[in-house]
Write a protein that binds this ligand. Structure first.
Ligand SMILES: Cc1cc2nc3c(=O)[nH]c(=O)nc-3n(C[C@H](O)[C@H](O)[C@H](O)COP(=O)(O)OP(=O)(O)OC[C@H]3O[C@@H](n4cnc5c(N)ncnc54)[C@H](O)[C@@H]3O)c2cc1C
Length: 456
């Protein structure tokens, strides 16, 4: 009897676990090394009482009055949104027996501000009509702005979604006469949500790819999918079944030979390093080509903060996901608010999450002050007649290196390396996407294909 090939995956994020699943499906014996204790990496479940590798918290500043079982609901390290265009991820979930229709709330593209001033909604029309009608009927935009937005989309489409590789999103918007109002209301929130990088620094090319796949994609592709279970439960938990997963194991050394790879001295037929660039570079520096090392060193990172507000009584927002309007001078820096009670289908719960992308300012100053200002922001933008109950407790998670900064001209390494038995995976590889879940999954699967093709 022949033994199956043994492949090591370093990192149990969405990229590493997508690779693990693809290899297991091909009969490979997979060992996963993960520094943390939970599968999912930067998209994972966190229990309310523990810390996380990169997460810091401020919590429980008021007595809790909710039903005790509400406290046991896991949180995520950050609220995530998926898109209908995440085809690799959705197909992977189905292959693992995870019912995406049950686990993800599918909503047609609907960008509605809490204060009621802005509303862009894709009607149930065939593409590309749904996007054009959404832009042309958006509340809170002047007629001129609506036409300019449609013109920008048309121009990008005509250019096959290719832009000047050195241009920022701000350059692109300026070249296409997008007004400040249109930028503040529409393009900037979309850019921050998708690239976690402000328009002045973000890559126009990556933004164009996001617009192609979302706003200009088929109607189903532009749907927003909101998790109804914690992020590890969506599929990473299921992906670990059948793998030998070594949690709490931070790999320190990788050595590559013609016939295999050693992970901290243990031999494998091949390995996939599925770590963020700052962690991958530590393992690769001793032997990799200087051009790869300098590409990895060139990545910079931006934080995302997620503030959870637990309310003293059950309460619902008008919609499960709503936009917040930013006023930086007042510390009102939240961009989106989500209704967790709605997502979890819990009528007995009042729980909201506020997302702050590119949250560098959250790294300085008093955390309690930031929290208070974000609460003030929500209260100030509630529509007339809607009063939010008292806040029982708050929990703030700041992921310091949430994503790489999606800037122009970034060199994104490929999955293949000069060594046949070693491949790279992660949202930062050359996926054509910014740092997103779909990029991580597609990258993991591409790395798995390379390794299985190179095994004898
Ligand atoms: C707060 C937040 C919000 C986000 N929102 C969205 C969103 O709405 N939509 C979206 O599509 N994307 C979003 N993203 C981005 C998305 O989470 C990432 O693109 C994706 O999770 C990256 O997966 P990965 O597998 O490439 O990397 P990671 O998830 O970083 O996986 C790497 C793994 O390697 C482990 N590790 C590190 N060093 C070692 C070592 N030496 N040995 C062993 N293990 C090690 C880490 O613990 C981690 O589990 C968000 C990210 C954050 C943080």
């Amino acid at each position: 009897m022949t033994h199956p090939h043994a492949v090591a995956i370093v990192g149990a994020g969405w990229a590493g676990l997508a690779a693990a699943t693809a290899l297991r499906e091909r009969g490979v014996a997979v060992t996963v090394f993960e520094a943390g204790r939970v599968p999912g990496g930067r998209a994972r479940r966190v229990m309310r009482s523990d810390g996380g590798a990169d997460a810091t918290r401020a919590s429980a500043n008021a007595p809790d009055e909710m039903a005790p079982d509400a406290f046991r609901l896991p949180l995520d390290n950050g609220q995530h949104i998926l898109l209908g265009a995440y085809t690799h991820t959705l197909a992977l979930m189905r292959r693992l027996g995870r019912d995406d229709r049950q686990l993800l709330l599918r909503l047609p593209l609907n960008l509605q501000s809490l204060d009621g001033q802005f509303h862009l909604r894709a009607p149930r029309l065939p593409a590309p009509l749904h996007a054009a009608v959404a832009l042309l009927s958006a509340r809170g935009l002047r007629w001129h702005d609506r036409f300019e937005a449609v013109r920008l989309m048309t121009a990008l489409k005509r250019a096959a979604w290719r832009t000047d590789p050195d241009a920022t999103v701000a350059d692109l918007l300026c070249a296409h006469d997008q007004s400040l109002h249109l930028t503040e209301r529409l393009w900037s929130p979309l850019c921050l949500a998708a690239l976690n990088t402000p328009v002045g620094e973000a890559s126009a090319q990556l933004f164009a790819h996001v617009l192609r796949d979302s706003l200009a994609g088929s109607r189903a592709n532009s749907d927003m999918l909101l998790p109804r279970a914690d992020l590890s439960a969506l599929w990473p938990d299921a992906a670990t079944q059948g793998c030998d997963v070594r949690y709490g194991t931070a790999v320190r050394r990788v050595a590559v030979h013609d016939a295999g790879v050693e992970i901290d001295g243990a031999p494998f037929d091949a390995a996939i390093v599925a770590l963020p660039p700052h962690a991958a570079v530590r393992l690769l520096r001793p032997f990799a080509d200087p051009s790869l090392i300098s590409a990895l060193d060139a990545f910079t990172y931006l934080p995302i903060a997620t503030l959870t507000l637990r309310l003293t009584t059950a309460w619902r927002l008008p919609s499960p996901m709503m936009m917040l309007i930013e006023h930086h001078e007042r510390g009102h820096i939240g961009q989106w608010i989500f209704d967790r009670a709605h997502l979890l289908g819990r009528d007995d719960l009042g729980e909201l999450t506020i997302v702050i992308s590119a949250a560098q300012t959250m790294m300085d100053g008093e955390r309690a002050e930031h929290v208070q200002r974000l609460i003030d922001q929500v209260r100030a933008q509630l529509p007339v007649g809607l009063a939010m109950p008292q806040i029982a407790s708050t929990e703030l998670i700041v992921e310091k290196r949430a994503t790489f900064a999606a800037t122009p001209g970034l060199v994104r390494p490929a999955n293949a390396t000069p060594w046949k038995r070693l491949a790279l995976a992660g949202d930062w590889t050359d996926t054509g996407y910014p740092a997103v879940l779909e990029g991580a999954v597609a990258s993991g699967q591409a790395a798995a294909s390379i390794i299985s093709a190179n095994l004898p």
